[in-house]
Design a protein around this ligand. Sequence first.
Ligand SMILES: NC(=O)C1=CN([C@@H]2O[C@H](COP(=O)(O)OP(=O)(O)OC[C@H]3O[C@@H](n4cnc5c(N)ncnc54)[C@H](O)[C@@H]3O)[C@@H](O)[C@H]2O)C=CC1
Ligand SMILES: O=C(CO)COP(=O)(O)O
Length: 305
Amino acid sequence: MKPKTLAILGAGAWGTTLGQLVRENGHEVRLWSRRSPDSLGQVVAGSDMILSAVSMKGVTAIVEQIHDCRLSANTILITATKGLDPLTTCTPSQLWEQALGDRPVVVLAGPNLSKEIQQGLPAATVVASHNVTAAQQVQGVFSSPSFRVYTNSDPLGVELGGTLKNVMAIAAGVCDGLELGTNAKAALLTRGLAEMIRVGTHWGAQTETFYGLSGLGDLLATCNSPLSRNYQVGYQLGLGRSLSEILASLEGTAEGVNTTQVLIQRAQAQNISVPISYQVYKLLQGEITPKAAVEALMLRDTKPE
Ligand SMILES: NC(=O)C1=CN([C@@H]2O[C@H](COP(=O)(O)OP(=O)(O)OC[C@H]3O[C@@H](n4cnc5c(N)ncnc54)[C@H](O)[C@@H]3O)[C@@H](O)[C@H]2O)C=CC1
Ligand SMILES: O=C(CO)COP(=O)(O)O
């Protein structure tokens, strides 16, 4: 493959890790952050692909700035953010699509704890787009012996898998913090996946996507690893610490905190049943203790599976 030029927006844990992977594959990487001496316009000019790995709270500002940059007609935008916009409740790919018109947008998501990937440990991910050719080009740029990349044609499903599992990762951390045992964790994750599918299909994603790497795969990774910031938030809530204390000492972004707020807002407006997410919401709001959240879930009306 001819070397490509990739502009990476966001120099946090994920942006730098993805940059390292692409560089190792022989491509040119230009890393941009808010603190870069170069302007966004200078960095994206002439690049074949732009990858956004900023946290959700930074996406809207960058999408607005990109409007004023000169991009070539076939520049591919890759989004790796896992979140929901509080203002519009849109996913990052939806924000990018609205801004970029006909240019292809590709979602990259999967069970990808950056610290493991930095160490060269094997991992797999998904690149999803309505534009199959664009997804295949991105697959070519990122694939390596330690990073296996699959294509997928349901970008919304791939993006929502990675986004909604962060809420479940908080719940899973609480479960472990309270030492509720393996049965409880299995029940939580299984019902959590059912909840993710209920929400995702209501919003237009395909059921089967959630059984793939970006849904079930990422749920397994983040709900079982202390490397996950979202799991850490839940774990420490389970130990009795307050959210503000936890966030003050957390390294990097735990997107699940914002995602839970937006999810509950949208699910309530659309009458979608999200019992686990709702208990996570009440816990994050400080309205309920971790133990009371578990009781509320266990004592719901009985129903068929
Ligand atoms: N770290 C990981 O293992 C993975 C992270 N992700 C997702 O990637 C996204 C970024 O995560 P991390 O790099 O881990 O977070 P981080 O906290 O390490 O970095 C966040 C980045 O976003 C930038 N940012 C925040 N607000 C901004 C603004 N207003 N304008 C411009 N830039 C802004 C920060 O400067 C920083 O570069 C999140 O949505 C996360 O869920 C996805 C897969 C793996
Ligand atoms: O999304 C991730 C792994 O796929 C990273 O998880 P955290 O954001 O919880 O650290």
